[in-house]
Structure formats: structure tokens, C-alpha cells
Design a protein around this ligand. Structure first.
Ligand SMILES: Cc1cc2nc3c(=O)[nH]c(=O)nc-3n(C[C@H](O)[C@H](O)[C@H](O)COP(=O)(O)O)c2cc1C
Length: 351
């Protein structure tokens, strides 16, 4: 049995944000200590069949940490030691901001889901930029998820994103324009064509490379197609699909389904995978698949639908710190079963 499942009842007796801070704090104590190499030995799966290359970067395996888990870039080396193939830190905004009042994160255990309305709480671009610059940084790619400060009006969004980009640029390997968090008023409206062109164009001019955009699963198909056109026009390097959803599938059982915020985890798995397929059918730009990845099968479904790699957040809450190792091992078995040489060989094979 996974020892995390023994600890889970205790952990789940605390409010979710407290549990997250406890786990995050515990992981932070390992940073830069001899515990890191011990974790590496236990959790890393070294196999060249898992290695992928996307947007000019080499990834040792296709399982990454999604934005929101390490908002202030405090533990990328520890997450690397836990066997992840990349870490996306942030969302980072130009201004430090406290986020929404608590409670703002809710478990739906029967549904293996979370609802959050954190509201992009983070220490701000200056602090996160300094932390990244001070290092140490892991030997896997680190991305920064860039978001809009709450106090900044939409017309000034391009400069706000550029400010953050410039503060974090030296410490990161790739950059993601997040215009898809559902928890800040009007934020997702930035996914309209004109706003996207203005924000992404400004970042391209500022030298952000590789540059990706993260989309909402709630975007109607024509709006996704518009976004893909902007991605093509500006020569962007990748698309992350997807963020959390404000929709509430009928299948949800836990009463917390009534909470406002973005739903993540198992109930969004199929929808997110459909979005990956929709995008992969329309563009050759690499897609990073996120949403409800909790085991090797769910990661594999996203890869076969066209994702070059996957990310996860909620899966870690329900499966614990061995999740990257377990998925990577399981992926090797699935590749063997289906006769693929490596992960890259399986990408889009289910289209
Ligand atoms: C508590 C929490 C905070 C999050 N914060 C961010 C964020 O700051 N920026 C972002 O782009 N996505 C954020 N996300 C969304 C995740 O990165 C991911 O897209 C989403 O949760 C779906 O993946 P999952 O089902 O594996 O959790 C957050 C998710 C959670 C649960």
C-alpha cells in the first residue's frame, strides 16, 4: 500500500490549504539538504524512453507539476527530486497579492476533485524573480506561470505581464501566459483575440522564449480556434490545456460542489483530454495536457490525444508524493504493451 494513503486521513482532517502548507513546508525543509538526493534515488525513474523534447527544451520525463502548487518558486529542486520532469511555478503577478479570503480551497474526496478560488495569491514578481535568481535551480526545466495583477486594469495588462516576465526571465526556462484562472474578476476575458494579441505580442517583443499560453476548458470552440490563430500568427511555442473549470458536472457527489471557484481533478479529466485532442487536430504547436491526471492511464490518454507531456496538481493531493514515479513506471508498461518505442512515439497516436 502507498504509505501516503495511511497519512491521508490525518492530513485530510485539516482544512485543505493548511494541509497544503504543511506538505509544502515539509518539502521545503528538504531543499538543498542531503534529503534531496535520497528522494531522487527513491522517486526518479531514469529511462530514455520517457525523455521528450518540446519547444527546444529537454525533459527527462513527461510528468510535470502544474501551476499553483509552488506559487512562489520555493521548492522546484525538491519537486525535481520527487521525479517530476518539469515544474511550472507561479502564477506570479507583478504586484504581491494576498488572494481571496479563506476558506478558498475545498476538497471533494468522493469525486477526487478540488474547488479553489485562491485568487492568485503570491509574493509578486520582484520576490519570486529574486528567489529564482538566487537558486539553486533543478536540473529539469522550470517554467513561470505569468498572471495579471488584480489591481491592474485590462488595458494595462500587456505591460503588467511584461514587468513580471522581465523580473523572472533569467531564472526560468519557459514562460506561460495564464489568461484562464476563473477566480479573478474579468480575467478570462483576456482570452479574446485582441487582448491575447496585445499581451502575447508584447511578451514576444520583450524576448519571452519559449512562450506558451494556458487556456480555459470553458472557452467555446470558436474562441479556442481564435486563440490558435493568434498562437500561429505570433509563432508561439506551446499551448497548455487546460486550467480549472467553473462548470459542475452532474456526477459530483460532495456538497462542496456548491462552492464558487475552479474545479480540478478527476471530474475534468475527459473534458481536458477532449480539449487537447481538439487543439492537436488543428495545430502542430506542442500541447501540454493538464486536468485530472492521477495515474499512468490518465496521463497516457492525454499523450495519445496529442499532449507532448502532462502536468498535475490535484492528483498529488489524492495520491501523494510518489505520483510522478508511479505514473512514469506505469507509462513504461503502457508503451511496452502497445509497442511504442518511446513517449514521443505515442504522442497523438489516438487521434
Ligand atoms: C489550489 C490551486 C491553485 C492553482 N493556481 C493556479 C495558478 O496560479 N495558475 C494557473 O495557471 N493554474 C493554477 N491552477 C490550475 C492547475 O495548474 C491545473 O491547470 C488544474 O488544477 C487542472 O489540473 P489538475 O486536475 O491536475 O489539478 C491551480 C489549481 C489549484 C487546485
Amino acid at each position: 500500500m502507498n504509505p501516503y494513503h495511511l497519512a491521508k486521513p490525518l492530513l485530510f482532517s485539516f482544512p485543505p490549504e493548511t494541509a497544503h502548507r504543511t506538505i509544502h513546508g515539509l518539502l521545503a525543509t528538504a531543499r538543498g539538504t542531503p534529503v534531496e538526493p535520497l528522494l531522487e534515488r527513491r522517486y526518479r525513474v531514469n529511462d530514455s524512453r520517457l525523455a521528450t523534447n518540446a519547444f527546444g527544451l529537454d525533459f527527462p520525463n513527461p510528468v510535470g507539476v502544474a501551476a499553483g502548487f509552488d506559487k512562489n518558486a520555493e521548492i522546484p529542486t525538491v519537486l525535481s527530486a520527487l521525479g517530476f520532469g518539469h515544474v511550472e511555478v507561479g502564477g506570479v503577478t507583478a504586484e504581491p497579492q494576498p488572494g481571496n479570503p479563506r476558506p478558498r480551497m475545498f476538497r471533494l474526496p468522493e469525486d477526487e476533485a478540488l474547488i479553489n478560488r485562491m485568487g492568485l495569491n503570491n509574493e509578486g514578481a520582484d520576490a519570486v524573480g529574486e528567489r529564482l535568481a538566487a537558486g539553486p535551480l533543478p536540473d529539469i526545466p522550470v517554467g513561470v506561470n505569468l498572471a495579471l495583477s488584480e489591481v491592474t486594469p485590462a488595458e494595462e495588462a500587456p505591460d503588467d505581464y511584461r514587468y513580471t516576465y522581465e523580473r523572472v526571465a533569467d531564472g526560468a526556462d519557459y514562460f506561460v501566459v495564464n489568461v484562464s484562472c476563473p477566480n479573478s474578476e474579468g480575467f478570462r476575458d483576456l482570452q479574446n483575440r485582441d487582448s491575447l494579441e496585445a499581451i502575447l505580442g508584447t511578451l514576444v517583443d520583450a524576448g519571452a522564449d519559449p512562450l506558451l499560453v494556458k487556456l480555459s476548458p470553458d472557452l467555446p470552440d470558436p474562441a479556442v480556434e481564435d486563440a490558435l490563430e493568434v498562437v500561429d500568427e505570433l509563432g508561439l511555442d506551446g499551448i497548455i490545456a487546460s486550467n480549472t473549470t467553473t462548470s459542475r458536472p452532474d456526477t459530483l457527489r460532495n456538497p462542496n460542489r456548491a462552492e464558487r471557484g475552479g474545479l480540478s481533478g478527476k471530474p475534468i479529466e475527459a473534458e481536458a483530454t477532449n480539449m487537447i485532442r481538439f487543439i492537436a487536430e488543428r495545430t502542430d504547436v506542442p500541447v501540454v495536457g493538464v486536468g485530472g491526471v492521477s495515474d499512468a492511464e490518465s496521463a497516457y490518454r492525454k499523450i495519445r490525444a496529442g499532449a507532448e507531456m502532462v502536468q498535475l496538481y490535484t492528483g498529488m493531493v489524492y495520491e501523494g508524493p510518489s505520483i510522478a514515479r508511479d505514473i512514469n513506471r506505469g507509462l513504461l508498461d503502457l508503451l511496452d504493451r502497445d509497442g511504442f518505442d518511446d513517449v514521443a512515439d505515442a504522442v497523438g497516436s489516438g487521434l
